[in-house]
Write a protein that binds this ligand. Structure first.
Ligand SMILES: [Ca+2]
Ligand SMILES: [Ca+2]
Ligand SMILES: [Ca+2]
Ligand SMILES: [Ca+2]
Length: 374
């Protein structure tokens, strides 16, 4: 493996090989690990090698085999990792987004609801059309995907969803020094490692966890398949040290695609999607603090808002069709007042004037007669 390190044009694979080798030696040389890993991702890696030199292909396959062995061998572990003395009581801690805005993406990642029938998530964990998403107490199937150029970011449409909890997009580029709340379905804290870290613990992405941090800066990263993403960056400080938040947290495996949220104008908005952490092969370190990054939503805010599809006019059930089922949703909110951003009484306040009345009913009937223009 040493000689590979001298081949600059195979640097990406060399880094991976070197990282794997370092782990074999029981040392960790740093670098960032993407925090979800599955068969699809490996497939994508292999697929990309078709256009590359055979030698690079061979190196990559060796690295993947070694990495697969290591990941398999580490046993159950990756979610949000919290210090034992800094764990929020989720029953009392209300200064955070609605738990229903974070979903499970398939069996290996997380996602964030950004409209009544769409989530955003990262791409590196794989999945796509036909992936199941559990969010807001229901399970939906993904029927459409929009990838953001070369960025580790995509929008997924959930069939039949009419989510009443979702968040707006953080559009400002002033994230540095802002406090964030992060949530996801990744692994949690395992055992304490002397005075420097924790192992990861967990065997499935079924536990939602929340923590806090603060944005230290911004940057730009390229992953091992060439996706280039703007990121916001934080670190995992020790409990109670200067700069640490009360519920200081790090992400772990399966948190990929989960949210970093900033409180803005009385609303929580998604400012980042958990992407990578310092690689310690299934551990989070606070001494020295690990680096954490999330795909920077503000850089792609315009793309996200332009790409989220418009609802079919009058459709409230997410099936792109207007019928009695939609009328039934409207009747649940009939004569409600106090409808507000972002869900507007499950969408029944079509014209966003705060109530559900005859004007909204007329809008639905119009869609019904024209079948939403379809
Ligand atoms: Ca920190
Ligand atoms: Ca419908
Ligand atoms: Ca209305
Ligand atoms: Ca009205």
């Amino acid at each position: 493996m040493g000689d590979l390190a001298e081949e600059g044009h195979h640097q990406t694979f060399t880094q991976l090989s070197f990282m794997v080798r370092s782990k074999c030696l029981g040392k960790n040389m740093g670098g960032m690990a993407i925090i979800s890993w599955n068969g699809r991702y490996k497939y994508e890696l292999l697929y990309q090698t078709k256009a590359m030199k055979y030698r690079a292909q061979e190196s990559l396959i060796y690295a993947l085999l070694a990495a697969t062995f290591l990941f398999y061998g580490t046993g159950p572990a990756l979610g949000i990792v919290l210090h034992p003395d800094g764990e929020p009581n989720l029953a009392n801690w209300t200064d955070r987004p609605d738990p229903n805005v974070i979903g499970r993406w398939g069996s290996n990642a997380s996602c964030v609801a950004v409209s009544s029938n769409c989530v955003i998530t990262t791409r590196h964990q794989g999945g796509g059309v036909d992936t199941y998403v559990d969010i807001g107490g229901n399970t939906y199937i993904v029927t459409e995907i929009w990838n953001c150029d070369t960025v580790d970011l995509r929008i997924a449409k959930l069939y039949g969803a009419n989510l009443t909890s979702f968040v707006g997009i953080y559009e400002y580029t002033n994230e540095t020094n802002k406090e964030i709340v992060m949530g996801g379905y990744g692994k949690g804290r395992g055992i304490l490692l002397e005075s420097y870290g924790y192992t990861w613990s967990g065997s499935s992405n079924q536990t939602q966890r929340w923590g806090q941090n603060k944005v230290n800066g911004t940057g730009n990263v390229e992953d091992i398949v060439g996706r280039i993403s703007d990121v916001i960056i934080a670190d995992f400080d020790g409990y109670g040290v200067q700069g640490a938040q009360p519920y200081e947290a790090a992400m772990a495996e399966w948190d990929s695609g989960g949210g970093w949220f900033i409180y803005d104008g009385n609303k929580w908005k998604v400012a980042g999607l958990s992407r990578g952490v310092t690689d310690h092969d299934g551990e989070s370190w606070f001494n020295p603090p690990d680096s954490l990054d999330a795909v920077r939503v503000s850089s792609y805010a315009w793309w996200i808002s332009q790409t989220i599809p418009e609802r079919v006019p009058g459709d409230l059930t997410g099936d792109d069709w207007v019928d009695f089922a939609d009328f039934a949703v409207l009747t649940q909110y009939w004569l409600n007042t106090g409808c507000e951003y972002p869900d507007w009484c499950a969408g029944a306040d079509f014209e966003h004037d705060g109530d559900v009345d005859w004007a909204d009913l007329a809008f639905l009937m119009n869609g019904w007669l024209g079948n939403g223009g379809n």
